[in-house]
Design a binder for this molecule. Structure first.
Ligand code: ZN
Length: 311
């Protein structure tokens, strides 16, 4: 009887410790899977990291569901892309979540504000499409920018949650070391892709292409966010010929219709790529995502040349 009582006391003590740890653990709300992966890496397994979207959802278009609002309400840090990517839904979450901690820095961290943006218009010009009006927000596909963002994230975590400063620093240092090696390795692996002319469905890949020296010569969307039209697609037939485009890049939520249409009328080969962590079975982590992207591009390029045909 005594031992049962003792066991019960130990059990309730363990529950109390577990609950207080839960209460003390930092709550991070992330908008996209890439930031969920990065936050988990730097904040560690004790942190509660919530992700608002899944890999095969277009982050430009997301519904501000009540479950997302209540997750923002609980957050100590909101970590999203920014740069206009979530302009249709993040402001709603922040306003309806009415959590004073995450309205601005340090509790609000926007990745696109930490790095230099590509395709930034000299003047704000919506003629280039509404959804990239202030530059290209898809910064997560450049691992060098990810490193800069990871460091800012580490600084913010230390500012918000100083008691675990050593842990954040340690995990960032380990990530930094591993990531630099990764970048070197990926750049070697991607060397055959340098100067390859490609067509993209949406300007999703600009940072990846810029990093690897791949040339974008056309896009299936007439303007960012405007679906491909028959007239625009027809004009790309001659672009693929004159520019010798080899690959057409798209992701699952773009659909393969437009890419396939063009491969049937040109020498280019279509390649479906994961856009973020979890985009396919081989992209379960940030490291795997970049390996997978480069592998898919190199393999498709090689096979496309070999067969001289296309699907
Ligand atoms: Zn976009």
């Amino acid at each position: 009887m005594k031992s049962i009582r003792y066991a019960l006391r130990i059990f309730s003590l363990a529950c109390f410790v577990a609950i207080s740890q839960q209460a003390l653990a930092i709550n991070i709300f992330t908008c996209e899977p890439e930031w969920h992966a990065l936050a988990t890496e730097i904040a560690g397994s004790e942190a509660n990291v919530y992700v608002a979207t899944s890999a095969n959802q277009d982050p430009h278009h997301v519904q501000a569901r009540p479950s997302l609002i209540s997750a923002v309400r609980r957050a100590d840090l909101v970590f999203c892309t920014g740069g206009g990517l979530e302009s249709g839904w993040l402001p709603v979450l922040l306003s309806k979540g009415s959590n004073p901690k995450v309205q601005r820095a340090p509790g609000l961290l926007l990745a696109a504000e930490q790095v230099a943006l590509l395709e930034k218009p000299v003047l704000l010009d919506r003629a280039e499409g509404d959804i990239h009006a202030s530059g290209n927000p898809h910064v997560h596909l450049d691992p060098r920018r990810i490193l800069i963002i990871a460091e800012k994230l580490k600084d913010r975590l230390i500012e918000i949650d100083a008691k675990d400063a050593n842990g954040y620093q340690k995990r960032f240092d380990a990530f930094h070391q591993r990531w630099q090696k990764n970048i070197q390795h990926w750049e070697q692996q991607a060397a055959p892709l340098r100067n390859t002319p490609v067509i993209v469905h949406h300007r999703s890949w600009s940072y990846l292409l810029d990093w690897l020296g791949i040339r974008q010569v056309g896009e299936l969307e007439p303007k960012p966010g405007i679906p491909p039209t028959p007239a625009h697609l027809a004009s790309l037939i001659s672009t693929t010929q004159t520019e010798h485009a080899q690959l057409i890049l798209f992701t699952r939520y773009n659909g393969d219709k437009a890419a396939k249409w063009l491969t049937q009328r040109s020498d280019a080969c279509a390649v479906e790529l994961p856009f973020t962590v979890g985009g396919d079975d081989d992209s379960a982590s940030l490291d795997e995502l970049f390996s997978r992207l480069i592998d898919a591009l190199v393999t498709t390029q090689t096979n496309c040349k070999k067969s001289g045909a296309h699907d």
